[in-house]
Unconditional design. Structure first.
Lengths: 154, 108
């Protein structure tokens, strides 16, 4: 499989390093796009548990919870590493892991440089053969085909 | 968007699915594909054409053989989806973070 470049974004936020980190994590519900949601019921709240190993999940309006990933590194207010374990079928899969690393660098009392990276995206290509191996016939193929469908739609 | 439904439809056929599965394992020529299937070479070529139209497989000339493989652009499409998603999400984050600062100032 060819190398897939990580998604990298770098931008300045006109706020303190502490505030930027805090809004990204504790305040994720304030900015998380509502339309991106894997549960069946509308999104009620998006949560990142503020600790190493913490869960990153959504609470639906019907009360169910859907995992997105975990906190792999919790280093406030400087650095955060999260796992993004949503497959191309928009389902949480504990065996599927891509990483998001966000660093917050103070450039002034109210100026923070944010560097964002979502990597290991080539694993979206690797997941097809893995699924085929692990799940026989229909169900597994449904997922793989959906992955392609989803990829093509994007 | 068009490719998605075409791709989905293309894989509705069991023989095409089988061809697709085999190509996921190894790139192959038409001859090799046909040898392992109970269909004729022209039929395999026909199926491959459908899979190509759906952007699920690509072909490459290797010497005298034409070798087929899964199209890695499916993964790149996923990447570009996420790229756009994060653009949107991070713009919302920036706005929320800067707004939080203004609100704090007001409160002080």
């Amino acid at each position: 499989m060819s190398i897939i470049e990580p998604v990298i974004k770098q931008f300045v936020v006109e706020t303190s390093q502490e505030r930027a980190f805090q809004v990204f994590t504790d305040g994720i519900d304030r900015w998380w796009p509502r339309e991106h949601h894997i549960g069946k019921s509308p999104l009620a709240r998006e949560v990142i548990e503020p600790k190493q190993g913490g869960r990153w999940y959504s609470i639906c309006q019907d009360g169910t919870e859907c995992d997105t990933g975990k906190v792999l590194a919790w280093d406030p207010p400087r650095r955060l590493v999260l796992s993004w374990q949503i497959t191309a079928k928009w389902e949480y899969d504990p065996s599927f892991v891509t990483e998001i690393e966000v660093t917050f660098t103070a450039e002034g009392p109210k100026r923070t440089l944010v560097h964002f990276e979502h990597r290991n995206l080539e694993r979206y290509g690797e997941s097809a053969p893995e699924l085929r191996k692990s799940i026989a016939a229909q169900e597994g193929w449904g997922q793989t085909l959906d992955a392609f469908k989803r990829a093509a739609e994007s | 968007m068009a490719n998605a439904s075409i791709g989905f439809a293309a894989l509705g056929d069991p023989t095409r699915r089988l061809i697709f599965e085999r190509l996921a394992r190894h790139p192959m020529s038409v001859g090799k594909l046909a040898a392992g299937l109970s269909v004729t070479r022209p039929a395999v070529s026909q199926h491959l054409r459908k899979l190509k139209e759906a952007a699920l497989v690509t072909e490459r000339q290797e010497g005298t053989r034409r070798v087929y493989r899964l199209d890695p652009k499916g993964v790149e499409a996923m990447r570009s989806y996420l790229d756009r998603f994060w653009d949107r999400a991070l713009a919302a984050f920036k706005e929320a973070a800067e707004k939080a600062d203004v609100e704090e100032e007001k409160a002080q």
